[in-house]
Design a protein. Structure first.
Lengths: 109, 114
């Protein structure tokens, strides 16, 4: 069993839909990261969470430390949101990230 | 401010050769970490450098090595290349540690071994 599990693996949505991507982990962490990767490979860091909830524009990320679970929500999805979203966790005193397998999101107009 | 710069963007090498990839972090960032991304294994941590010292290492063979210079620029080297080393190699920089300050990733170097 992977230490970081993401679901779903693939997601298709119509423009305007509300999107949820889930991430569960089994290790102790100091922070959880949500990353976005577009075709071509470059990665953008969306959120870093150690507790609670963060919001940036149409993106919302939540984490429940007790349940070892995080969600990434996209409100009013848009075709430009099409990308691979990756959950990654890291523990104290190390920058050794453990990555989920990613969720490929396609948003159609 | 300039982002994380990785060079070269693309590279084609032959089995048995060696390769050196470069990563220039954001000015002022002292931590640089390296990752390998393949279709089969996804993203995996290679190693992390802080103030010219390797702080953490992933589960990769000794053919993979790296170093960091006094200006925080980092290089990774892969010797005796194998076909399975074909991957996107990403680096990320952080002010001190990504677990507190977050990461900024580069665009990656796509290595093809033929």
């Amino acid at each position: 069993k992977n230490e970081v599990e993401q679901s779903p693996q693939n997601l298709t949505a119509q423009e305007g839909e509300f999107i949820t991507i889930n991430c569960s982990y089994s290790v102790g962490i100091s922070a959880l990261h949500w990353l976005q990767q577009h075709p071509g490979g470059g990665i953008v860091s969306l959120f870093m969470l150690s507790s609670g909830k963060k919001k940036h524009g149409r993106l919302i990320a939540t984490i429940n430390i007790q349940e070892k679970h995080s969600s990434l929500h996209i409100t009013a999805s848009h075709p430009r949101d099409s990308a691979v979203y990756i959950c990654a966790v890291g523990s104290y005193n190390t920058d050794k990230l453990i990555f989920g397998t990613g969720t490929r999101l396609q948003v159609f107009p | 401010k300039a982002g994380v710069t990785q060079t070269p963007r693309y590279l084609i090498k032959t089995r048995g050769q060696q390769v050196t990839l470069s990563c220039s972090p954001i000015s002022g960032h002292r931590s640089v970490s390296w990752y390998q991304q393949t279709p089969g294994q996804g993203l995996q941590f290679l190693f992390e450098y802080f103030s010219e010292t390797q702080r953490n290492k992933g589960n990769f063979p000794g053919r993979f090595s790296g170093r960091q210079f006094s200006n925080s620029r980092s290089e990774m080297n892969v010797s005796t290349l194998e076909l399975g080393d074909s991957a996107l190699y990403l680096c990320a920089s952080s002010l001190l540690t990504g677990q507190v300050y977050g990461y900024t990733f580069g665009s990656g170097t796509r290595l093809t071994v033929v």
